[in-house]
Design a protein around this ligand. Structure first.
Ligand SMILES: Nc1nc2c(c(=O)[nH]1)N[C@H]1C(S)=C(S)[C@@H](COP(=O)(O)OP(=O)(O)OC[C@H]3O[C@@H](n4cnc5c(N)ncnc54)[C@H](O)[C@@H]3O)O[C@H]1N2
Ligand code: MOO
Length: 406
């Protein structure tokens, strides 16, 4: 049994992984529609002001403040969004709709509900102030203004922002090629009948799902038998075909565990055994220049180690800058952890709401790293620090799967 001091704390392991991440892949040009979750390889500036003209925030009447106090005003023009207005006539009102350009000479818009129309004349029921209900030109971005940095991972709102500055295509980093291979003689694919001793390969599917969420190119290297030779050969081939390799299983200490030794014999092992639960025997190294992440075989360990270590590593390799892991939020625990452990524990928990709307966490009664039904039940992970206990009602850091899987 490794002692606590043999186990690397999570932040040290993550710092070492991130420091070892190679430079991101080259840039390629893609249409905006295909850029979701891709990482920008260019800085984006707006060539024009956004919005390009002062425009109305409401449906109503554009007026000149100088005309206030002159009683009702005749309506002299009608301006819908998309129209190019004539200049506003002094002593008049311009009928205007949300998003329409403000005519030169008008300096406020009165909401329709605050007016009274009689025939062609409108009476203002409230005096507007200068600039009221006008969204000024360049409010979102000035001409030449900075929109997004290189290294931004594009969410839907960034795609909309890029559309607003007129970009139809953009430079993003080529999708990282990620080789995956699962190890274990006991594994067969779903769809076949189980012989004695066999189980279905679950890690392959959770891993593929985790990678699909990151917009990467997966090189599926299949399942590898538990022999030193087969493991070495599979890793040698994977290193030629991909930017990074992820394996599951075979990193613990039994004679049937070959991944760690294969990394050592083909390249260098740089990290092994972390103070986390589940996920202790995680291994990391290089074969030639290809990084290899050996995730432990237990299905819940795959999920936790992928989300806490592999995901930020892959995002960094993909070129993303800034926060690579979400910030956990503290929430009260409706469970306790009476015994302190020597590993940081990631517990499968469900976020619930009490009658007052206050969120709290429930823990699944079975935290075995061999089971996934608890992960399917859970909404996220609660973190119990190494060496610490948790009292009922105490706050505990919580990562929602919604964020971790985004
Ligand atoms: N003597 C020790 N034994 C173990 C230790 C230890 O410190 N000393 N650590 C335990 C911990 S913690 C973990 S985690 C596991 C990890 O072991 P491996 O990474 O070598 O994984 P395997 O032995 O290959 O498999 C573990 C477990 O998971 C099942 N598995 C593996 N791959 C899949 C898959 N693709 N789909 C479904 N299930 C899979 C496998 O059948 C085993 O039950 O080691 C402990 N042992
Ligand atoms: O690291 Mo393991 O997943 O605790 O059983």
């Amino acid at each position: 049994m490794p002692t606590a001091s043999d186990l690397l704390p999570l932040e040290d392991a993550l710092a070492r992984l991130l420091a070892a991440a190679p430079a991101p892949p080259e840039a390629e040009i893609v249409p905006l529609r295909q850029a979701l979750k891709r990482v920008l390889a260019q800085e984006c500036r707006s060539r024009w002001a956004v919005p390009p003209h002062d425009n109305s925030a409401v449906d109503g009447y554009a007026v000149a403040i100088a005309d206030l106090g002159k009683g009702s005003l005749p309506v002299r023009q009608r301006i819908a969004a998309g129209d190019s207005p004539r200049a506003h006539l002094p002593g008049s009102a311009s009928r205007i709709f949300t998003g329409a350009a403000i005519p030169a000479g008008a300096d406020a818009v009165v909401m329709q509900e605050q007016t009274k129309l009689a025939g062609e004349n409108v009476t203002l029921l409230q005096a507007p102030t200068a600039g009221q209900n006008i969204r000024p030109r360049g409010q979102d971005l000035p001409a030449g203004g900075h929109a997004l940095d290189a290294g931004t991972r594009l969410r839907p709102q960034e795609l909309g922002l890029l559309a607003s500055i007129g970009m139809a295509e953009l430079a993003v980093h080529r999708k990282l090629r990620v080789a995956i291979l699962t190890t274990g003689n006991e594994l067969i694919p779903p769809g076949q009948s189980l012989a004695p001793g066999q189980i279905y390969n679950t890690n392959r599917f959770s891993l593929l799902g985790l990678l699909d969420g990151l917009q990467l190119d997966v090189v599926d290297c299949g399942d590898v038998a538990d022999t030193a030779e087969a493991t070495r050969e599979a890793l040698r081939q994977a290193a030629k075909r991909a930017d990074v390799i992820i394996t599951t299983g075979g990193v613990s200490v039994g004679e049937e565990d070959h991944v760690r030794e294969a990394i050592e014999s083909l390249g260098q092992l740089e990290l092994w055994r972390l103070a986390i639960k589940p996920g202790k025997p995680l291994a990391f190294g290089h074969i030639e220049r290809t990084p290899v992440l050996g995730l432990p075989g237990n299905p819940a360990a795959v999920l936790v180690t992928f989300l806490m270590l592999a995901r930020p590593f892959l995002l960094k390799m993909q070129g993303m800058k800034g926060a690579l892991t979400p910030h956990p939020v503290p929430l009260p625990a409706h469970f306790s952890v009476p015994l302190a452990g020597n590993r940081r524990e990631f517990m499968r928990v469900l976020c619930q709401q009490d009658a007052e709307g206050q969120a709290y966490l429930e823990a699944h009664p079975n935290q075995s790293s061999g089971m996934l039904s608890s992960a399917a039940w859970a909404s996220g992970l609660a973190v119990i620090q190494e060496g610490r206990t948790l009292k009922l009602g105490e706050s505990v850091p919580y990562y929602s799967f919604d964020e971790l899987l985004s």
